[in-house]
Design a protein around this ligand. Structure first.
Ligand SMILES: Cc1cc2nc3c(=O)[nH]c(=O)nc-3n(C[C@H](O)[C@H](O)[C@H](O)COP(=O)(O)OP(=O)(O)OC[C@H]3O[C@@H](n4cnc5c(N)ncnc54)[C@H](O)[C@@H]3O)c2cc1C
Length: 399
């Protein structure tokens, strides 16, 4: 028996049945299982990996997500272990075009929190344990057989578990979604990304997420705990293992332009090893998930794990209500139907923004920069953008 995230790896057979089987112990599955456990629902969480991943991957947690995670008690620890970043700037080389402060937002978390995903998962696993749950490992779902009363799930090891509901939190290439016939056939952007966690000899502010617009592509520089920075850059073909020189070249080409002597240019000191991102397919283009035969096998929500974490809490509440008879089963299907429209708006916006941000023609860039600087002087624009970035705008009461 080994330990991961302080959660014991199961060597025991799965229970014969459960009300809810959650497949996948990433951030979404852990949140869902913790919320179900907190609500006293009978739920089992399984994952095919013998241990949780220990890599940093997604690092941004927005205010709305922290609020949603208050229920399972995860927010204080996340805040304690992450870096609170109260500003977001859009830049063209040395010039800040737009500065968005989160300071005045109507939330207990007026900032973006930066924290590596493995730490987030450890904290969520801890909350699951505190609520009496655990991760059953390693159990890989191979098949789902659905009938009117529930789902029989078979693992690759030949074990079966019967569940009234199955939730697929098993990532992008979801077996649950595929087996339930809930096709997610979204496109992916042709763009690939360089991701690296590095230490920078960097004189710019460390309480800011910086988004650099550049004809060569986007560059994001964001602080992480322990004095590191997360670098994200759109490139045509990301190297499997970005080196310090690769990251330096991206900073030189797209980041601050002034000479290091004036203390403005980033210098990469130490890339922290991380797994190759390769051509990571990122936010899928909008395409509504097809209808499954029944809502008994429920996909974990919208793409973008932060959205799915928020959706997971809503889904857990609804499932718990259905199980104790205070909501009808059809309401699960209604919950699933709500997501795509919001997703469509956000992805289309992202797509358009990328085109504007990487404009090559000098006249277009000048016009863009002038527009952004003009918008920067309008308080209502600041607030709207801060509300959107923090995801607080999803709450109609606060718009
Ligand atoms: C190298 C890398 C860098 C990334 N960087 C970023 C970033 O900078 N920003 C960002 O927003 N996102 C990033 N991501 C994506 C982010 O990590 C995912 O969006 C997030 O992990 C999704 O969370 P999830 O809980 O939905 O699924 P996952 O974290 O993918 O978890 C799914 C779980 O399901 C389990 N599983 C899968 N199939 C089965 C099965 N058949 N049976 C049982 N268990 C199964 C897997 O073992 C896994 O533990 C990155 C991903 C990678 C790989």
């Amino acid at each position: 028996m080994s330990e991961q995230h302080g959660t014991q790896v199961s060597a025991t057979p799965l229970p014969a049945d459960t009300d809810v089987l959650v497949v996948g112990a990433g951030p979404v599955g852990l949140t869902l299982a913790a919320e179900l456990a907190r609500r006293g629902a009978d739920a089992v969480l399984i994952d095919r990996q013998a241990e949780g991943a220990n890599t940093s991957r997604a690092a941004v947690v927005h205010a709305r997500t922290l609020e949603v995670l208050e229920g399972i008690g995860a927010a204080p620890e996340l805040v304690d272990q992450g870096v609170a970043v109260p500003r977001f700037t859009v830049r063209d080389r040395d010039r800040a075009l737009l500065t968005i402060g989160f300071g005045g937002l109507p939330t207990a978390y007026p900032y973006t929190l930066m924290i590596p995903q493995n730490r987030t998962e450890e904290i969520l696993a801890g909350r699951l344990r505190a609520a009496g749950g655990r991760v059953h490992r390693p159990h890989e779902v191979a098949r789902l057989a659905q009938d009117d009363d529930g789902v029989t799930v078979t693992t690759t090891g030949g074990e079966t578990i019967r569940a009234r509901y199955v939730v697929g939190a098993d990532g992008m290439h979801s077996t649950v979604r595929e087996q339930a016939g809930i096709g997610f056939t979204g496109d992916t952007y042709a763009q690939s990304f360089v991701l690296a966690d590095v230490r920078l000899d960097w004189k710019l502010r460390s309480d800011e997420v910086m988004l650099y617009f550049s004809p060569a592509g986007l560059l994001v520089v964001a602080p992480l705990p322990d004095g590191r920075h997360r670098i994200v850059a759109t490139v045509d073909d990301a190297p499997a293992h970005p080196t310090a020189a690769d990251v330096q070249a991206l900073l030189d080409e797209r980041g601050p332009a002034r000479r290091p002597a004036r203390g403005r240019r980033g210098r990469v000191e130490l890339p922290v090893p991380r797994p190759p991102p390769a051509r990571r397919p990122v936010p899928q283009r909008p395409r509504p998930a097809g209808r499954g035969r029944r809502p008994r096998a429920q996909p974990g929500g919208r793409p973008g794990h932060e959205h799915r974490v928020q959706d997971a809490v809503a889904l857990a509440a609804r499932l718990a209500a259905v199980l104790d008879g205070t909501a009808d089963a059809a309401s699960l299907e209604r919950l699933r139907g709500r997501a795509p429209a919001r997703r469509r708006g956000r992805v289309t916006f992202t797509h358009r923004m990328t085109g504007i941000a990487t404009a090559r023609a000098r006249r277009r860039r000048r016009a863009r920069n002038a527009l952004l600087r003009a918008l920067d002087r309008v308080p209502a624009v600041h607030r709207a953008m801060a509300m959107n970035l923090s995801e607080l705008a999803v709450d109609p009461a606060r718009r």
